[in-house]
Design a protein around this ligand. Structure first.
Ligand code: F1P
Length: 339
């Protein structure tokens, strides 16, 4: 099989997968809403690797939209450190592409055995154990993947988590607007394809920093993981303004900084990017206002985050291809970690 065939197909097919995902979400909306409306002291989103970063992004968005306390934690922490993780009655949202990652299963088993609250699961394979554990189990077949590295799985599962947050916040207006995302995603893929090839082929770049804040920090973490997994490149994520507090010492002419700009705080986040450019770094911005990759400004900021994803995925993919690596089969990595 030719290198990268699966990852490429999975990245480019995301808009169609999102359409199919929205149907699943609508079909299970009532059950999901009923569960999230229960009385909980906290909401925890969990997963491992990519799905842990998804959990971070989803928790920040959930708290932003609902005003209810939410955290994103790795499943291994819930399992091994329950006292530092849980506080009171909890709604646990467990996310896993495979539905069979050991740490996620063990965290959910312990959560249920200790009667800490209600469990809802999001996964891509309905025949796997996780999809049978929750009071509600949302299975998004359209996110299934051949590649070891998550791309389409991540964005479909993330959309599921966004819909959960919108339902819990009673935002019917934004729920309806989710249907604008596939078309906007196609547009982002076109823009990203044009520039990811150039950045990916430029092997004089020796490090990548991804800056994102609030609900975008988890997305920045996922970008950084894509660079590592697919292209074996040094990369780190930061909250946007944190980058000035030390990490910027690392800026050189061979540094690529990618900024995930918001609309609400774009002024401050763009200023960080301008500072890094002045220090000699190369910069790329993604956002709805004055950015290199332009996201549809008509799409509300709360549901726009999924649109950033194809850009980071494609840069990692192109860099892997330029380095002669196979992004479908990363070094040292398996699709599922089983203990
Ligand atoms: C998550 C995971 C990640 C890893 C890689 C493959 O599994 O194992 O930890 O980074 O992307 O997937 P899952 O529980 O989401 O299937």
């Amino acid at each position: 099989m030719e290198r990268g065939v699966h990852a490429r197909e999975e990245i480019y097919s995301q808009p169609e997968a999102w359409e199919a995902t929205l149907q699943v979400i609508e079909a299970q909306r009532k059950d999901v809403d009923a569960l999230t409306k229960g009385s909980y002291d906290q909401v925890i989103f969990t997963g491992c690797g990519s799905t842990y970063f998804l959990a971070q992004a989803a928790a920040a968005l959930f708290q932003d939209l609902t005003g209810r306390s939410a955290r994103g934690l790795p499943a291994s922490e819930l399992w091994l450190y329950p006292r530092s993780s849980f506080s009171g009655r909890t709604l646990l949202v467990a996310v896993s592409r495979s539905g069979e990652t050991s740490e996620t299963l063990r965290a959910c088993e312990a959560f249920l055995a200790d009667k800490r609250g209600s469990l809802i699961t999001y996964s891509n394979y309905g025949n796997m154990p996780l999809a049978k554990m929750g009071a509600v189990n949302v299975v998004i077949d359209a996110g299934q993947e051949q590649s070891v590295v998550q791309t389409r799985a991540f964005s479909t599962l993330y959309l599921g988590a966004v819909a959960l947050a919108l339902g819990a916040a009673g935002r019917n207006d934004l729920f309806a607007a989710l249907h604008k995302l596939p078309a906007a995603g196609r547009d982002v893929l076109k823009q990203a394809a044009a520039l990811a090839g150039g950045i990916g082929a430029d092997l004089s770049i020796d490090r990548f920093y991804f800056l994102g804040s609030g609900p975008r920090y988890g997305i920045a973490c996922e970008f950084s993981l894509k660079m590592k997994e697919m292209s074996l490149t040094h990369s780190e994520p930061f909250h946007s303004l944190e980058f000035r507090h030390g990490p910027m010492s690392m800026i050189t002419g061979s540094t690529q900084v990618v900024g995930l700009l918001s609309t609400s705080n774009g002024k401050y986040e763009s200023a960080v990017m301008a500072d890094m450019e002045a220090l000699g770094g190369r910069i790329l911005t993604i956002g709805a206002d004055q950015a290199t990759v332009r996201l549809d400004p008509a799409i509300d900021e709360a549901i726009r985050n999924v649109l950033y994803l194809p850009v980071g995925q494609l840069i990692a993919y192109e860099r892997a291809m330029s380095k002669g690596l196979n992004p479908d089969l990363p070094h040292n990595l398996d699709a599922v970690v089983k203990l």
